[in-house]
Design a protein. Structure first.
Length: 410
């Protein structure tokens, strides 16, 4: 019997993905461990490997199309099988999320329906789209997918049978923009990454109580130390101002660990590891690769790791463990000349530091006022987790590290 190739969950929270490119063609021999396809998730493009030897008999999800997690995307012919075994083939088996041969009970409407949040119903993204198109209320259905998940066949059977649960009052949506008079434009479809960014930022800004703390940092000593460190180094190996900032963030978290925390409804999670998410701009949107155990690493190690992660991020080659997690975020727009800004917290984290450009400003040096490079930073804080005093203590520790950079080297 041919082996069905199932799209696995390649990262936490992944529900579907686009098959960006098939690297094996139908009829081509496959060895376990060979890369079959490149799969584009909402964060990165990942390689998907074969787990058995055989011949790629049939591709069910062509390149460029989206598939749900656990859906059958191709079929592998095993030893001794030929293409004739695929005559009349349709995806099936318990592993398939969208087609199940076992009998499925007809969906039943609840006698006294209780409004449910569709976000809390276990359903595949494809099932949700079809339900919206056909006017099927998911809260009235029983799922036949893994762990009772509602899949496409459940929605289609409900629509055909006409047994659809009463639909709860629709949630108000933002009004469509008035495009009258705007002139010609190009429509750029949303990528999975852009949709995820939009959803998470909206969730953060509407559910997390932000407050903001600002500070100005005199970085004259830092610039002088950086010049000394970089003397004689190759350009690719030079330490950046951002590397010093990352190290100062890590040291401040070590000194004020209460800022390294996550809010949950049951408890505040005090993180033991100092893992810093650093925002990197890519063509598809913003992504935050994570520097693990940053407080325990030298400035040079953090610099080389950050360069490698940023390169992989821009190529769309980050692995899930390279961008998932993190307890604190850093966003630096100083290289674009931005003086200061307030960043949106990256849930479930509690803090993000926004860094602006350094510019010459008057500062006091003893009894004199001189011009020195000053960098403005803004700390965005989740007030549920981190109180104002804790945020202020952390920002003071960060400022002290930046203004006395030799302490970052020991």
């Amino acid at each position: 019997m041919p082996k069905e190739i199932i799209l696995p969950s390649l990262s936490a929270g992944m529900e579907d993905a686009v098959i960006a490119n098939w690297l094996k063609a139908e009829g081509e021999a496959v060895t376990a461990g060979d890369t079959l396809a490149e799969v584009e998730t909402d964060k990165a493009t990942m390689e998907f490997e074969a787990d058995a030897d055989g011949v790629l008999g049939k591709i069910l999800t062509p390149a460029g199309e989206r598939a749900d997690v656990n859906a059958v995307i191709a079929v592998l012919l095993l030893d001794g099988e030929d293409a004739s075994v695929l005559d009349g083939y349709t995806p099936g088996g318990a592993a398939s999320a969208e087609t199940v041969d076992a009998p499925v009970e007809a969906p039943k409407a609840e006698a006294t329906p209780v409004a449910k949040s569709s976000d809390k119903i276990a359903a595949s993204p494809l099932a949700r789209r079809i339900a919206a198109q056909k006017g099927v209320d998911l809260s009235g259905l029983s799922g036949s997918g893994p762990r009772g998940r509602i899949v496409r066949i459940d929605v289609e059977r409900a629509a055909e049978a006409g047994v659809v649960a009463p639909v709860a009052a629709p949630v108000a949506k933002a009004a469509a923009p008035n495009l009258a008079g705007i002139g010609d434009y190009e429509e750029i479809p949303h990528t999975g990454m852009r949709r995820t960014i939009a959803r998470r930022l909206l969730e953060s800004k509407t559910t997390v109580p932000h407050f903001y703390l600002e500070a100005d940092c005199d970085i004259e000593a830092l610039i002088a130390l950086r010049a000394q460190i970089n003397e004689g180094r190759e350009k690719a190996d030079r330490i950046s101002v951002n590397d010093f900032i990352v190290k100062a963030v890590a040291n401040a978290l070590a000194k004020v660990p209460a800022a390294n925390a996550i809010w949950t409804d049951e408890a505040v999670l005090q993180l033991k590891s100092i893992d810093i998410s650093v925002a990197v701009a890519t063509d598809g949107g913003l992504i935050t690769p994570v520097l693990r155990n940053a407080a325990q690493k030298s400035l040079g190690t953090l610099s080389s790791e950050m360069k490698a992660l940023a390169a992989k991020a821009r190529e769309g080659r980050l692995k899930p463990d390279e961008y998932q997690g993190g307890g604190f975020s850093l966003s630096n727009l100083g290289m674009y000349g931005v003086k200061n800004f307030s960043a949106i917290i990256n849930p479930p984290q509690s803090c993000i530091l926004a860094v602006g450009a350094a510019e010459k400003r008057p500062v006091g040096r003893g009894d004199q006022i001189v011009l020195a490079p000053v960098m403005s930073v803004t700390l965005s804080v989740d007030h549920r987790t981190v109180d104002g005093a804790v945020g202020a203590q952390w920002l003071a520790a960060f400022k002290a590290g930046i203004e006395s950079p030799m302490n970052l080297l020991v």
